[in-house]
Ligand binder design. Sequence first.
Ligand code: PHE
Length: 329
Amino acid sequence: MLDKIKQIGEEFSEAIQKVTDSKELEEIRLKYLSRKGIFPQLFEDFKALPKEEKPAVGQLLNQVKNQTQNLFDEIKTKVELAGSHSDSYIDLTLPGRSKQLGSKHLLIQSMNEIKKIFIGLGFSVYEGPELESDYNNFEALNFPPDHPARDMQDTFFINDDFLLRTHTSPVQIRLMKNTKPPIRAIMPGKVYRNEAISAKSYCLFHQVEGLYIDTDVTFAELKGTLVSFVKRYFGDDVKYRFRASFFPFTEPSAELDIWWQPKDKPGQWMEILGCGMVDPNVLENVGIDPEKYVGYAFGMGVERSTLRKYKINDIRNFFDNDKRFLEQF
Ligand code: PHE
């Protein structure tokens, strides 16, 4: 009997160490400690022993039973605590989960910066639709019918009369048609061209157009305005030049280049905008008297100058929406 008690005690302590949840704990309680369990049975067996064996057996049985009960209580507390941790315990010392705030896309930031500079120079902001008529995009702007830009290859036509605007200049037409001079506004927006996508060109990009119409506007004013713009945008030490050019809707026309000096490569001139005095034909097309009014216009690509300013080498970065790129700005 003594050996049997010892053995049961050992079995019990081995089994209870393995318990991980309250269900297993209950199984052990039923097996050893409940009314029909092993320990009550041992006490029954004890009663039937001959008198002389009782003292030794009784002592051992009580000792093992007490150890068993203590061990059981200890494990029970542990299991209960662990259980309460997993379903309802809140650790108030854990750091909170912060919400991530989005930021403005780099192109929007650039557009806003350009807008701010021109607003400071007295321009207001005007917008037009991306889906335009062939008339506003080309014809009113003095493009001849056979101009290469009017080719299906270069422009996304919707049908014979409508297209995705290829530049922001049609917004000039809209503004001039419904406003009496003086007019001084910039017109930012998206434009589309059917170009092969590469590091340098994309089928969609952004332009900011500018228009100033009054009775006494001069080419010198145009130059002055654009020079103060490039100085504010690229810094006072920017090197620039005006170069004669051609646009159907301006005469004379020019392009403005800035000197671009990459770190370990030879420097080069980079065109950042087109400009010129609004062609009298265009004024006539929108019902403004070219004998009385003159004006200048300019248009710049936002991607180009942003690429340069932030030393980015692939235009596709702007449109891939890769957070690792966007989060840097
Ligand atoms: N619309 C021209 C372009 O997309 C730019 C421009 C605008 C040139 C206004 C002169 C005047 O290239």
